[in-house]
Design a protein around this ligand. Structure first.
Ligand SMILES: [Zn+2]
Ligand SMILES: [Zn+2]
Length: 173
């Protein structure tokens, strides 16, 4: 479990934004990527937002994203209000997941642990990490096949905070 963000490993190297926090204007603590509506005119854009603002729920994802992730929560029998509330507190770690998605296991969001380190670590990855596409995907849990992402960043790795089961999402195009 991350100390900065519950569902993101602290070892993950975030893309930081070189602008003041879009909510409180802070420039001293790191600003994380967050896509939302901010400002007097509620402009939808990419902002840099500090961890305290994100963790206190001062920024919220947009209705489209919440609609889509609600389907994932319901499909995987998660507690809708509580998982939506915690989903707002997850900054944007990747641009490779185009449809809002995030693995749920043991009734909670999994922790994002990063991307495969190198091409070699793709070997056998699908055997270790359950494929996730809005839910556990594929009938054979241990289905082994070759992952050939264009970029290593297209593969996002997760681990359940409770049972330590591992999941991957293959985003990209
Ligand atoms: Zn802030
Ligand atoms: Zn689990």
């Amino acid at each position: 479990m991350g100390k900065i963000f519950r569902y993101i490993s602290d070892s993950f190297d975030h893309e930081l934004i070189d602008r003041p926090c879009g909510v409180c204007g802070d420039i001293d603590s790191p600003r994380y990527l967050y896509v939302c509506e901010l400002g007097d005119d509620a402009i939808w854009d990419e902002y840099g937002v500090c961890a305290p603002c994100i963790n206190s729920g001062r920024v919220q994802k947009d209705a489209y994203e919440i609609d889509r992730i609600s389907e994932v929560i319901v499909r995987n029998s998660g507690d809708l209000p509580s998982l939506i509330e915690s989903f707002h507190k997850i900054p944007y770690v990747t641009r490779s997941i185009q449809v809002p998605d995030w693995p749920i296991c043991c009734g909670d969001w999994c922790e994002f642990v990063g991307h495969p380190k190198d091409r070699d670590s793709l070997d056998g990855l699908t055997k270790e990490y359950q494929d996730w596409r809005g839910g556990p995907w594929g009938t054979e849990f241990n289905a082994e096949y070759e992952l050939l992402p264009e970029l290593l960043e297209d593969v996002c790795l997760f681990v359940c905070l409770n049972c330590e089961k591992k999941y991957h999402i293959h985003g990209g195009t």
